[in-house]
Design a protein around this ligand. Structure first.
Ligand SMILES: Nc1ncnc2c1ncn2[C@@H]1O[C@H](COP(=O)(O)OP(=O)(O)OP(=O)(O)O)[C@@H](O)[C@H]1O
Ligand SMILES: [Mg+2]
Length: 431
């Protein structure tokens, strides 16, 4: 229970801790100078009752859970003194509408370094990250070992979920295999550019895979031990018809990998319980990389919606090279609904224009690294100052064009209209 605010004698008030071990919920003024602490109504001075002998109730100091936050870097302050800038989505009195982050900037500007820094900082609060790594930035041994990330390599391991397992509606507990097949076929059709006829063939094969495992196609309430056919059964069904040869040829890279060979649905919960990086960079071709990444988004979504709602930041999904995933039907739902399940989504990509409005509009923290393309600068101007002309917009354009590597413009409700930040890169944070 939230106790009353401490009196001036309370030592907790004056504690300056390097890493936030907070026993109270207000921000320390040293860390958040731009957010004046509102004077709480209940802070009644004891001098109101000078002559009474009524004993003050004992002050119970309840340790509040530390709120996850991340030191991003420094910004130039007054008198040449730099001040720390934090990503602090649950800052008391100035909470962000959501914990999501977007990071954009041209090649070499600092997106991955900033992302690694945020991952590291949040891990200190026990916030694990699930990282979809397209470029081997996070899977390389030195990084993964230093950050104690489990590297999940789909090139060698089967996936920790069954793509044919439909998600249960959290309200009714029912699953809808027909709807699930439509989603799955939609992903495969888009990524492999299947025609309508080929998509239809795939759909029919998936249906037969369910039917041969006696799974009804209409919505039903599965028992907890309900098993679903392995993805491999779709291939077996496709092979029963010679007319499917070209489709099988098209999909052979993903079937041949044996990613989905396992019947045992490995425990996705254990994958998301600790920090994991999914190594996609070594998979053959963009289509396989993107399919596996999209299946992970699907699996994460299906996992999350079965969890209890927490509303406090409990895990981080990292999508560096996020432009590859903007068409995933699960990206927006993860961003929109993820917050209720404690999920923060970090998307990093070169250009603000890579991100659909529904995604960029839902990231309350935005980091803009160096940008020189005019249309991209205009987009940032609209987001940050609300217009593309006038002194404020011109000033911002000048700042964006002149940003050195690892310097960015941070825009959030806690930093309006923006603050320039020199990111403390990951490579400077290691002991
Ligand atoms: N270990 C390191 N030591 C020193 N500088 C580094 C180190 N790693 C990266 N850098 C520098 O940090 C800057 C930012 O690199 P980063 O990888 O974060 O860029 P990026 O925005 O992710 O680029 P890309 O779009 O190509 O992925 C670059 O100038 C890079 O040279
Ligand atoms: Mg990068």
């Amino acid at each position: 229970m939230q106790r009353d605010l401490p009196g001036p004698q309370d030592k907790a008030d004056g504690k300056a801790k390097k890493h936030p071990v907070t026993e109270r919920t207000e921000p320390s003024s040293a860390e958040t100078p731009e957010t004046p602490e509102p004077a709480p109504a209940e802070r009644t001075p004891t001098s109101d009752h000078p002559s009474t002998n009524i004993e003050e109730p004992p002050q119970i100091v309840e340790a509040q859970p530390e709120r996850p936050r991340a030191l991003l870097g420094t910004s130039p302050g007054a008198y040449g003194k730099s001040k720390e800038v934090w990503y602090d989505p649950a800052l008391p009195g100035n909470e962000l509408p959501n914990p999501h982050i977007s990071i954009t900037g041209e090649t070499g500007s600092g997106k991955t370094q900033a992302t690694k820094s945020i991952i590291t900082e949040l891990q200190r609060y026990g916030v694990p990250a699930l990282i979809l790594d397209f470029k081997d930035d996070y899977s390389e041994a030195s990084y993964a070992e230093a950050e104690r990330l489990r590297v999940y390599d789909p090139g060698y391991e089967t996936l920790p979920f069954n793509p044919l397992a439909p998600s249960a509606d959290p309200r009714t507990g029912f699953v809808n295999p027909t709807y699930h097949i439509h989603q799955l076929v939609g992903i495969i059709k888009r990524i492999y550019r299947l025609g309508d006829q080929q998509a239809y063939r795939f759909r029919e094969a998936a249906k037969r895979a369910y039917e041969s495992a006696t799974i009804p196609m209409r919505p039903f309430g599965p028992p907890p031990e309900q098993a679903y056919p392995p993805f491999e059964d779709v291939r077996i069904q496709l092979e029963t018809d010679r007319g499917n040869e070209s489709l099988l040829g098209r999909l052979s890279p993903i079937f041949d990998l044996g990613l989905f060979a396992s019947e045992a649905e490995a425990d996705f919960a254990s994958v998301v319980a600790s920090s994991t990086v999914v190594r996609l960079g070594q998979l053959p071709g963009d289509q396989v990389k993107n399919s596996v990444a999209e299946f992970f988004l699907m699996a994460l979504y299906n996992y999350l919606i079965r969890q209890r709602q927490t509303h406090s930041l409990g895990r981080l999904l990292v999508l560096d090279e996020a432009w590859r995933l903007v068409e995933s039907p699960f990206l927006e739902p993860l961003i929109r609904e993820g917050r209720a399940f404690g999920l923060a989504v970090l998307v990093a990509t070169q250009f603000p224009g890579d991100l659909p409005g529904a995604v960029s509009g839902s990231t309350a923290t935005k980091l803009f690294f160096s940008q020189t393309q005019l249309d991209q600068i205009r987009e940032i101007q609209r987001t940050v100052v609300g217009k593309t002309s006038g002194p404020d917009a011109d000033h911002l354009a000048g700042v964006l064009k002149g940003l050195a590597p690892l310097a960015c413009v941070l825009h959030s409700k806690q930093h309006l209209p923006f603050v320039r930040v020199r990111i403390k890169p990951y490579f400077e944070r290691q002991a």
